[in-house]
Design a protein around this ligand. Structure first.
Ligand code: ADP
Ligand code: MG
Ligand code: MG
Length: 252
């Protein structure tokens, strides 16, 4: 589904990704772990097409198409979803309104009919049930006054509505207490499916106790330096990232 080859990217003139390669199949959950400043968020931002991230070399193929040639809205329409490390608050904008606008923008870009409010509410009710989320969050302004856990839960709910094919979660676990973490993990697990892939970016392995990844990659100094299974995450937890940045990527 996703094939990244020799990706180089710059932020503000500084090279951050330095030859990153990675392949993800449909149905798989890949964890990307790595020390602070390794380029994990940069990778998520480059994949979602965020402004200010300049790709200088390499390719990203998504379902056989050149992802980098698509505008951010087109990527979203094609099923790429990025959950941010720091969700934005939008005071005064009702969350239900926001979610419906996001979903309808996606449908419009796909040439599908927009949902009216009745259809949307029906869909919301189904998803709330699956995600075990209370509808109370829907009636408030987007993320305003939400706790860390509520923001992440809201994001997972947004993801459930948009039904992405490729979901990128950037430190969705950061700052969560264990109950909130489990709730987020349950949401992610409920959305796992044979035709959906996840890239879970995380500094700590704790989330991976609840969302068990198929593949674990270590990103250091702008490259994938090691790839393994779940045990790699446990190893990192035990030994830390010391020495990791100096490693050479496999095959180099
Ligand atoms: P990680 O998510 O692995 O902690 P990031 O991708 O956020 O790492 O950052 C990698 C490097 O890129 C860091 O040195 C960071 O300071 C730099 N960087 C990231 N985003 C920006 C930005 N918008 N402007 C300037 N430097 C940035
Ligand atoms: Mg960081
Ligand atoms: Mg980051």
């Amino acid at each position: 589904m996703l094939k990244i080859e020799n990706l180089h990217a710059r932020v503000e003139g500084k090279e951050i990704l330095k030859g990153l390669s990675l392949a993800v199949n449909a149905g798989e959950v890949h964890a990307i772990m790595g020390p602070n400043g390794a380029g994990k968020s940069t990778l998520g931002n480059v994949l979602s097409g965020r402004d200010g991230y300049e790709v200088t070399a390499g390719t990203v193929t998504y379902n056989g198409i050149d992802l980098l040639a698509l505008a951010p809205e087109q990527r979203a329409a094609a099923g790429v979803f990025l959950a941010f490390q720091y969700p934005v608050e939008i005071p005064g904008v009702n969350n239900t309104y926001f979610l419906r606008a996001a979903l309808n923008a996606q449908r419009k870009a796909r040439g599908e009919k927009e949902l009216d409010s009745m259809q949307f509410l029906k869909l919301v009710r189904e998803k709330l049930k699956v995600m075990q989320i209370s509808d109370e969050l829907l009636h408030r302004a987007v993320n305003e006054g939400f706790s860390g856990g509520e923001k992440k839960r809201n994001e997972i709910f947004q993801m459930a509505l948009l039904e992405p094919q490729l979901a990128i979660l950037d430190e969705t676990d950061s700052g969560l207490d264990i109950d909130a973490l489990k709730h987020v993990a349950d949401g992610v697990n409920a959305l796992r499916s044979p035709d959906r892939a996840f890239l879970m970016i995380t500094h700590y392995q704790r989330l991976l106790d609840y969302v068990v990844p198929d593949v674990v990659h270590v990103l250091a100094n702008g490259r994938i330096v090691e790839t393994g299974d779940k045990s790699l995450a446990l190893q990192l937890e035990a030994h830390g990232y010391a020495g990791i940045a100096e490693r050479q990527p496999a095959g180099a």
